[in-house]
Ligand binder design. Structure first.
Ligand code: C2E
Ligand code: MG
Ligand code: MG
Ligand code: MG
Length: 282
């Protein structure tokens, strides 16, 4: 086989690339172990409405690697997707998130909170995805109405009809759907109309440029108008400054998520950033 590859052989034996492959294989093996040894955990980032009240959170997975310390999901999620580990990993995230939702449901003070969970394409494509989610809701006792699944545009374009069928089935049980990183992918408006979404999530790249770039404002306004006319809620992600928050509010945004309100943190830290709920744990 090496003989056949001819001029490609040099590229194949590129030492830098070789090192990267070795590192990747090692990290993949570590992730498999880490998943079994409870090295993964969830952090929660607050989602805040126009009154400054916390209405929910997004669950963000973290990996505490025994040697490398904290590994970013930006690094290990793509790895998990390529290797197929995203299936057990995604199931673990869903289970952990639903357990948290079930706890909140027991407390009148937190029962209104929603929890958003990121879902990868490979997860959604599993033939029994709907049954997996319903079973997890059932065995944790989490209320379906408080669960929101975050999908991306590219993921949905893969096989729209399959995605829509599964979304419709879960929506019938009360599960909500948010379109993550909205505006960065390719979405046809006709297609957007067919998706049973509950929310659009304005990508942080538009929020970042909001104060300096009139064009970013125009895009935000267009997304909000689109959402309003489709009856969807709009949340902005990556809100870091009061100026950004005010500009978003002036342009009709409904909810906000970002470092201005809270960094992703433990569930106790989430309560502290909710002025109307923090008294409870004092
Ligand atoms: P995402 O779903 O778009 O999540 C938002 C990311 O922006 C998070 O990065 C969050 O920590 C970060 N962020 C929040 N507020 C701010 C802000 O004000 N400024 C800035 N600069 N960043 C902010 P994180 O936690 O590193 O996650 C990165 C991505 O990894 C996520 O993007 C999501 O696509 C993926 N991910 C995270 N957890 C999961 C998971 O459980 N399952 C799957 N499939 N993907 C996940
Ligand atoms: Mg997300
Ligand atoms: Mg996002
Ligand atoms: Mg994003």
């Amino acid at each position: 086989q090496a003989k056949e590859s001819g001029r490609h052989a040099a590229r194949f034996f590129d030492p830098e690339m070789h090192a990267a492959v070795i590192k990747r294989v090692a990290l993949e093996k570590d992730l498999r172990t880490g998943l079994q040894q409870s090295q993964l955990f969830l952090l929660y980032q607050a989602q805040v409405n126009n009154h400054g009240h916390i209405v929910g959170a997004e669950a963000l997975v973290r990996w505490q690697h025994p040697q490398h310390g904290m590994v970013s999901p930006a690094e290990f999620i793509p790895l998990a997707e390529d290797s197929g580990l995203i299936l057990p990993l995604g199931q673990w995230v869903l289970q952990a998130a639903c357990k948290q939702l079930a706890c909140w449901a027991q407390e009148p003070m937190y029962a209104h909170l929603t929890l958003a969970v990121n879902v990868s394409g490979r997860q959604l494509r599993q033939p029994d995805f709907v049954q997996q989610v319903l079973k997890t809701l059932e065995n944790t006792g989490a209320p379906a109405k408080q669960l929101k699944l975050e999908l991306t545009e590219s993921l949905l374009l893969d096989n729209p009809q399959d995605a829509i069928t599964k979304m419709v089935a879960l929506k019938a049980h009360g599960v909500g759907f948010s379109l993550d990183d909205f505006g960065t992918g390719y979405s046809s408006l006709a297609y957007l109309r067919r998706l049973p979404l509950s929310q659009l999530k304005i990508d942080s790249s538009f929020v970042r440029d909001l104060v300096s770039e009139p064009r970013a404002v125009a895009i935000v306004r267009t997304i909000v108008t689109l959402a309003d006319s489709l009856g969807l809620q709009v949340i902005a992600e990556g809100v870091e400054t009061q100026e950004q928050r005010d500009s978003l509010a002036r342009n009709g945004c409904h909810a906000y998520q970002g470092y201005l309100f809270s960094r992703p943190g433990t569930v106790e830290e989430l309560y502290l950033c909710a002025p109307d709920t923090s008294a409870h744990i004092m």
